[in-house]
Design a binder for this molecule. Structure first.
Ligand code: PLP
Length: 390
């Protein structure tokens, strides 16, 4: 049996996979088992921030592997402490909780918000989330995810979750009462179709939260770690959230998640309130430390800003009558078509370019943050050949 047949026989069928078996990667390229080369504009869905084979990252992992793979959170380790310090120093937050994925980071934020409501707001337990959002697949996070297709067949959902219209402040105001403890929002709806929050909407939302003692929780699992040209996407708005979650890009390819909070909120978790056996794993944390150092030392954010603009410019030059809209910031860019984009994704794969969708009609570009102009040109050429021409 080949690898595909083995996987199909023995792995639960929760994914519809493309016909590609990848064996290795270098910079922004992946290679399949026949040594066919693919230019990767997906980066493992916004995960491989530094591409493949970054020397500093490999070194950090190998060095830590030689020393210690895992130790219980009953004890201290250096990589975890240093990563928490780094995240706090680079952000507006004071404390970090480590998890292993985006959903787990959001789960931690969810529990922290409920505990805040319990301790500081007379037991307020309602949480407002946005329609068309995506926050993960655990029961709490799939409930927060305001899209029926992710919830169907798994009910009942969690109690006390309300859904508001994204970018519509009145829709949120209508749901607010003294029982609301938190609002969850993606600064850019990623899975939902690369839809950014308006700046004025965010500013009004922050004011609304402050006035009503409601926690503002940013899910930056996808937008965080440089994707939108700043280390954290909230820096693109003139506001500070109360809690922020990270995952995808943080580990540069290793599983890690984090929930960051301001001191007063973080204090609502007492010893024993929340935990994760693997959270803060020394290898994942050593790796994330290396990712953050590389982003700083190599001025990766400058590359994200410059080449993000360049990619948008090149996309706008494509003459395809079916393109309805091109939007994005940094290296998180969406191209909206007037038809379903599945066939384009397949064609690009055949021609050696990896892209993914966001919703039915939007192609999402989330390449490694290190991508250069030559590689963008190469990707654009392949893409052009896979589109209906005008
Ligand atoms: C991917 C994603 C998640 C879920 O992350 P997992 O690591 O798959 O659990 C949550 N929120 C957002 C915004 C995401 O893009």
């Amino acid at each position: 049996m080949n690898i595909k047949d083995i996987a199909d026989k023995y792995v639960m069928q929760t994914y519809s996979r493309f016909q590609a078996i990848f064996t290795k990667g270098k910079d922004v390229y992946l290679f399949d088992e026949k040594e066919k080369k693919y230019l990767d504009f997906t980066a493992g869905i916004a995960v491989n921030a530094l591409g493949y084979g970054n020397k500093a990252v490999i070194n950090a992992i190998n060095t830590q592997t030689e020393k210690l793979l895992h130790v219980s959170n009953l004890y201290y380790t250096e990589p975890m402490a240093l990563l928490a310090k780094k995240l706090v120093e680079k952000s507006c937050f004071d404390k970090v909780f480590f998890a292993n994925s985006g959903a787990e980071a959001n789960e931690a934020a969810f529990k922290l918000a409920r505990k805040y409501g319990h301790l500081k707001k007379n037991g307020a337990s309602k949480i407002i989330s946005m329609k068309n959002s995506f926050h993960g697949r655990t029961m709490a996070t799939v409930t927060l995810t305001g899209q029926a297709k992710y919830q169907n067949g798994f009910g009942p959902m969690m109690n006390d979750i309300l859904y508001a219209e994204f970018n519509n402040i009145d829709s949120i105001k209508n749901l607010i009462d003294e029982n609301v403890c938190a609002i969850f929002i993606e600064p850019v709806q990623g899975e939902g179709g690369l839809l950014p929050a308006d700046k004025t909407f965010m500013e009004e939302l922050k004011k609304l939260c402050t006035r009503n003692n409601i926690l503002l929780i940013f899910d930056e699992v996808q937008t965080g770690i440089g994707r939108r040209g700043k280390l954290f996407c909230y820096e693109n708005f003139d506001i500070e959230p109360d809690i922020l979650t990270l995952a995808k890009g943080l580990g540069g390819g290793l599983p890690i998640g984090a929930a960051l909070a301001k001191e007063e909120i973080a204090q609502c978790f007492s010893k024993g309130d929340h935990a994760s056996t693997f959270g803060g794993n020394p290898i994942a944390c050593a790796c994330a430390n290396a990712v953050l150092d590389e982003i700083e030392n190599k001025d990766i954010l400058k590359n994200v800003k410059e080449n993000g603009k360049y990619l948008i410019k090149k996309l706008k030059e494509i003459n395809c009558p079916n393109i309805k809209n091109i939007r994005g910031l940094g290296l998180m860019i969406g191209v909206e078509f007037d038809f379903e984009i599945n066939s384009i994704i397949q064609k690009c794969l055949d021609k050696g370019l990896l892209i993914i969708g966001a919703g039915k009609n939007v192609i999402r570009f989330v390449p490694p943050l290190i991508i250069n102009k030559k590689e963008i040109d190469e990707g654009i050429e392949i893409l052009k050949n896979c589109l209906p021409q005008g």
